[in-house]
Design a protein around this ligand. Sequence first.
Ligand SMILES: [Zn+2]
Length: 93
Amino acid sequence: MAYRIVVDAGHGGSDPGAVSGNLREKDFTTKAADYMYQRFQELGIPVVATRTDDRTLTREERLNTMRSLGTDSEVIILSNHINSGGREFSYRC
Ligand SMILES: [Zn+2]
């Protein structure tokens, strides 16, 4: 099997995702997605990212990137989101 990976950093730009104080979900999803993207590249696994900076993506832009490696069963989409879980905001590596 020749898997291909799409790494999606949830939210971004004008969409912060979950917010608690000065913590924004989009900042965490960008960091997680950047790490994943770099690591897949190091391993020689074909990978694309929906975004690598803090910008707003339309639903269609996000989907177009997800479809760019094909739509077969060897394409794996990893979409990063971090739930706020009520009143607390937690993040673990
Ligand atoms: Zn989210």
